[in-house]
Design a protein around this ligand. Structure first.
Ligand code: NAD
Length: 305
C-alpha cells in the first residue's frame, strides 16, 4: 500500500470518497475550504493538511476532487502549488470533471517537475459515492494505473482504463453529455405529461417499460425531484459547467452538437433564475415553475410495478 495519500476537495463527492479510503486503511492528509468537512475526516483518522504545499510535500499520491479546471489549476501551479512542492515520482490524480485541454497542460507541466498525472473522473451519482459504488474513467500510463487501482477499488466498484492521460476526462464528457441531456428531455416530457393532466405514476410506468427508459429516469428522478427532494446530488451549476466543457470541446474538435447547445442554454436559464444550487433532476421543476405547471410528484416509496 502507498504510504501517504493527499485528498483535496471534500465536497458532495470528495467527502464520501475520502471517507472510504480512510476507513479501508489508507493514510490520508485532507484539505478543504470547508473546515466542517475536514473535521469529519479527522474524526475518521485522517490528518488535516496545513496547506496545498504541505500536502504535496508529504504525499506520494495527491488526489484533487474540486469543482472545475479553475480550482485544479489554481492549486497545481505557482510557488505554493502542488507542482513546485511535490517530490519527484509523485502522482497527481485529478478526479474532478475538468476541461481535457487543462488536463493536457497539467500533465505536460507535471512531467517538467518529474511528476505524473492521472485523470480519473467519476461516473454515476453522489449516492453511489456514499456506497463506494463509483465508476471511474481513467487516463494513465500502465504503471500509474496499477499504482492507483487499489485506491479506486476502495472508492468504487467499476474502473475503466480508457488510455493515456487525458482519455479519462474525454470519456467523461461523452458520458455526461448523454446523462445531462437526458435530464432535460425527461424534464420536458414530465412537464408535458403534467400539462396534459395525466397520472404521473402511469406516465412513468410507461416510460420505464418502453425504449424511452433511461438511467436518469430510473435511477435518479424517483428518489430526487419526483420525491420532492432537490438537494444535490449533482447541481445544476456543475451540470452547466460540464455542458460548457462539452460545447467548447465540440467547437474545438469541429463536431456540431446542436442538442448540447440547446440544453446548455436551458441550464443557463435555470441558473439565471437562481436554481443553480439544486440537484440537476430539478430541471423538471424549473421547467414547470417557469411555465406555471404543477410540479410532478410521486407518492412516497413509489416504484414502477
Ligand atoms: P462540491 O462543490 O460539492 O465540492 C467541491 C469541494 O471543493 C467543496 O467542498 C469546496 O469547499 C472544495 N474547494 C473548492 N475550492 C477549493 C480550494 N481552493 N481549496 C480547497 N478546497 C476547495 O462538488 P462535487 O459535487 O463534490 O463535485 C466535484 C467534482 O466531481 C466536480 O468536477 C463535478 O463535476 C464532479 N462530479 C460530481 C458528481 C456529483 O454527483 N456531485 C458526480 C460525478 C462527478
Amino acid at each position: 500500500m502507498t504510504s501517504k495519500i493527499g485528498f483535496i476537495g471534500l465536497g458532495r463527492m470528495g467527502k464520501p470518497m475520502a471517507s472510504h479510503l480512510q476507513k479501508k486503511g489508507f493514510d490520508l492528509i485532507v484539505l478543504d475550504l470547508n473546515q466542517q468537512a475536514v473535521a469529519e475526516l479527522v474524526s475518521l483518522g485522517s490528518t488535516a493538511g496545513k496547506s496545498v504545499a504541505d500536502i504535496a510535500r508529504s504525499c506520494n499520491i495527491v488526489i484533487t476532487m474540486l469543482p472545475s479546471s479553475i480550482e485544479v489549476e489554481k492549486l497545481s501551479y505557482g510557488p505554493d502549488g502542488i507542482f513546485a512542492n511535490a517530490a519527484k515520482g509523485t502522482i497527481l490524480m485529478d478526479m474532478s470533471t475538468i476541461d481535457p485541454l487543462a488536463t493536457d497542460r497539467l500533465s505536460a507541466e507535471a512531467s517538467k517537475h518529474g511528476l505524473t498525472m492521472v485523470d480519473a473522473p467519476v461516473g454515476r451519482l453522489a449516492e453511489h459515492a456514499d456506497r463506494a459504488e463509483c465508476l471511474f474513467m481513467v487516463g494513465a500510463s500502465d504503471a500509474d494505473f496499477k499504482t492507483v487501482t487499489p485506491l479506486l477499488n476502495a472508492m468504487g466498484n467499476s474502473t475503466f482504463h480508457c488510455g493515456p492521460v487525458g482519455t479519462g476526462g474525454r470519456t467523461k464528457l461523452v458520458n455526461n453529455y448523454v446523462a445531462i441531456t437526458l435530464t432535460q428531455v425527461n424534464g420536458e416530457a414530465l412537464a408535458l405529461s403534467q400539462r396534459f393532466g395525466l397520472d404521473i405514476t402511469k406516465t412513468l410506468a410507461v416510460l420505464l417499460g418502453t425504449s424511452a427508459n433511461n438511467g436518469q429516469l430510473r435511477m435518479n428522478f424517483p428518489n430526487k425531484v419526483l420525491a420532492g427532494d432537490t438537494t444535490p446530488g449533482f447541481t445544476i451549476d456543475l451540470a452547466h459547467k460540464d455542458l460548457s466543457l462539452v460545447v467548447n470541446a465540440a467547437h474545438a474538435a469541429k463536431v456540431p452538437m446542436p442538442v448540447a447547445a440547446a440544453v446548455h442554454e436551458s441550464f443557463s436559464q435555470a441558473r439565471a433564475a437562481e436554481f443553480g444550487a439544486i440537484d440537476f433532476s430539478g430541471i423538471a421543476d424549473v421547467i414547470c415553475e417557469v411555465s406555471k405547471i404543477q410540479k410532478p410528484r410521486v407518492p412516497k416509496g413509489w416504484k414502477p410495478s
